[in-house]
Design a protein around this ligand. Structure first.
Ligand code: ADP
Ligand code: MG
Length: 205
């Protein structure tokens, strides 16, 4: 019998956050951490959102085409089920913003059961607002990495991304910037990274 019975309970895991605008290297950083964990023999579950159709469904892919295997899921319930299905040491979630604010308690539960969690996603919408749940995760995490992209006009740090005119006209202009839909999926053909000076959402540039 341990002196302190609580000491025998699996301690809670850690929450790590990787946040930033599009093109800031979030997926690259997530893949780097997952690769290291795999080398260390840690049991990892990598989850992507099945809305993200930029790559083969069973991978997460960076803008430069590097990828790692992932389990594509479309909702919170299947995410919770997958995370609790086996005794994972680490659960890594790509494009966490697609799962919406209900992801916060689900991640809390995974951590409470002892697994570490990395949530990676957009903390800012294409019109420059906060994109939940990432700001909430940033507030409660043990570790936060806030990344910036490179402004496509001046080369300075880009904390924003905005839609290109072609994408603007293709999508409904009433579309909410926080909607959980395919409007947040795209690459260089649809979005550009911008610094504070050159960020002008909706402008033809
Ligand atoms: P994220 O997941 O944050 O959207 P990725 O990890 O998929 O980003 O891709 C990052 C890569 O995108 C960079 O290493 C770089 O090769 C490429 N890239 C393209 N445009 C830019 C840009 N404007 N700023 C920074 N990286 C860019
Ligand atoms: Mg990414």
């Amino acid at each position: 019998m341990p002196l302190n019975p609580v000491a025998s309970v699996r301690p809670a895991g850690r929450l790590e956050v990787i946040a930033g605008p599009m093109f800031s290297g979030k997926s690259e950083e997530l893949m780097r951490r997952v690769r290291r964990a795999t080398i260390a023999g840690i049991k990892v579950l990598v989850i992507s959102h099945s809305l993200d159709t930029r790559s083969e469904l069973s991978t997460i892919t960076s803008h430069i085409g590097v990828n790692i295997p992932a389990v594509p899921l479309s909702d919170i319930d299947s995410l919770a089920e997958a995370a609790h299905g086996e005794d994972y040491d680490l659960v890594a979630i790509d494009e966490a913003q697609f799962f919406g604010p209900d992801l916060v308690p689900v991640v809390g539960d995974i951590i409470a059961r002892g697994a570490d969690v990395i949530v990676e996603g957009l903390c800012v919408t294409f019109d420059g607002g906060p994109f939940e749940p990432m700001p909430t995760f940033m507030a409660i995490a043990e570790d936060v990495l806030k990344l910036t992209a490179v402004c496509t006009i001046c080369g300075r740090d880009a904390v924003f991304h905005q839609r290109l005119p072609a994408r603007e006209s293709k999508e409904s202009s009433q579309l909410s910037a926080t909607a959980i839909d395919a409007s947040h999926i795209g690459g260089l053909e649809s979005y550009v990274a911008r610094c504070r000076t050159h960020f002008s959402p909706g402008a033809i540039k």
